[in-house]
Write a protein that binds this ligand. Structure first.
Ligand code: FPP
Length: 233
């Protein structure tokens, strides 16, 4: 089994986890953001090079104004507290998603984190914020069409050429996609990028997804037989 380079996670279950403890949903999101640090460190120690986390989807705007407001403030809280450490650990922060729709201060904080860590190479910690995969693919198709009209691209295109228009163009394909909290859905996440990924659905809510659970997922991944549509020799 080849090395697992890129892990993507749908961090689900913050709200249910908080409710089960008699706490507000925001407490679940706060615990979830603390866990981003824990799991990024664990992933790096396990040799993962790219970790792509779903922090806010294009559908999450439908939540209450209070909850959306809280989720928009979390990046500032998180980076204020941990940016120095993340940089020292050699982590590079990258954001995917449509940032222009975010509150200006949220966007500024996230772009600063990207800039300040741009020289790092140890772990690419990718945060999907206002991200939706169908939108990403539609935007890529538009950008491609414009390049064709401008004479910068030929109209016949191969998958390898099309990928260059995606927000993830600097990342390798996803090897392993994990969703926490028991749901078995993809929820418009990285649809193109998971074409050959292994999928794992774990019962733990995101705040209780420990480094041991990540290790268990990787052990399972290394026991699977990825054939990419071929036949084992
Ligand atoms: C899904 O759980 C989780 C989210 C929509 C938010 C995820 C965000 C974080 C974990 C924090 C991100 C941190 C940074 C630093 C950007 P849910 O609320 O849908 O849970 P539920 O299904 O139990 O209600």
């Amino acid at each position: 089994m080849e090395q697992c380079r890129h892990v993507a996670i749908i961090m689900d279950g913050n709200g249910r986890w908080a409710k089960a403890q008699g706490k507000p949903r925001s407490a679940g999101h706060l615990a979830g953001s603390e866990n981003v640090r824990t799991i990024a460190i664990a992933a790096s120690e396990l040799g993962i090079e790219y970790l792509t986390l779903y922090a806010f989807s294009t559908e999450n705007w439908k939540r209450s104004k209070d909850e959306v407001g809280y989720l928009m403030k979390l990046p500032a809280v998180f980076f204020d507290k941990y940016m120095k450490e993340l940089i020292e650990r050699g982590f590079r922060i990258r954001i995917i998603g449509e940032l222009d729709a975010l509150p200006a201060d949220t966007r500024a904080v996230m772009e600063k984190a990207e800039r300040d860590s741009a020289m790092n190479t140890k772990l690419s910690l990718n945060i999907a914020m206002n991200y939706g995969s169908q939108r990403e693919i539609a935007l890529a198709a538009s950008a491609f069409a414009k390049d064709v009209l401008a004479g910068k691209a030929a109209p016949d295109i191969e998958p390898e050429d099309f990928e260059k228009y995606l927000m993830t163009n600097e990342f390798p394909p996803v090897d392993l996609l994990i969703r926490t909290s028991g749901e078995q859905r993809i929820s418009n996440y990285l649809l193109w990028q998971i074409a050959y990924a292994e999928l794992e659905f774990v019962p733990e809510a995101w705040p209780e997804f420990t480094p041991e659970v990540l290790k268990r997922c990787l052990d399972e991944y290394y026991h699977r037989d990825r054939r990419f549509g071929g036949v084992k020799p």
